[in-house]
Design a protein around this ligand. Sequence first.
Ligand code: CAA
Length: 240
Amino acid sequence: MSRVALVTGGSRGIGAAISKALQAAGYTVAANYAGNDEAAAKFTAETGIKTYKWSVADYDACAAGIAKVEAELGPVDVLVNNAGITRDAPFHKMSREQWQEVMDTNLSGLFNMTHPLWPGMRERKFGRVISISSINGQKGQFGQANYSAAKAGDIGFTKALAQEGARAGITVNVICPGYIATEMVMAVPEKVRESIIATIPVGRLGEPEDIARCVVFLASDEASFITGSTITANGGQYLT
Ligand code: CAA
């Protein structure tokens, strides 16, 4: 039986590439999404990958959603915490809502998704938790005090949980993508985006598949000795 992988935010952007790459690698994939029904339906029609709607910001919705996925597909072996949002603003203009929404999705989302799955992974003595952080959690970014804080938190979460999962055969790792050609990055004002691309040594935005390949590797049996690590994939823009 093939392993089951659950990808949050898995029907668009980097998440869609991850879902497809895991499917191609032989996993049974469930793609979670929060809002865009049309994109999810199109994604399922194109790929055959089932989509499930709930917000990772809501703990109870995560627990219920995971229960549904597991009832339909079997126990989740691989969790990819990919769902993320931006609410960019310079700090003096940032509202409490902009702060909270980003924290709830980009940081608490990792707790909300991993916590209900953790006991089963421990029992079965196998698990892969792979979270998608960001270059901006490593270096900080003007206009992203909320996002940078949450994404830095994802790295700390990973390092702590890796220590707890190690003896139970669960690896916990985080990937920090740089600027990838997705709707999220295309929403940055063009002039700002051009100035960002000028600082990327490889001279281009990354592709979602660049990140998906990292996920497939970390999910594999071959990566069993890698845990608590931060994989940077940013075209050389920031060297840690
Ligand atoms: N460094 C220093 N100063 C900056 C700056 C920077 N990076 N960016 C803007 N400023 C300055 C501007 O020059 C301007 O200065 P003046 O008032 O003296 O002219 C001032 O800040 C205000 O700029 P704006 O008028 O543009 O302010 P705004 O409120 O309209 O927008 C912003 C500010 C929302 C931060 C906008 O600049 C922006 O969207 N920046 C991009 C932020 C970014 O990179 N987000 C990443 C999104 S993609 C992502 O998050 C995925 C991932 O993981 C990589």
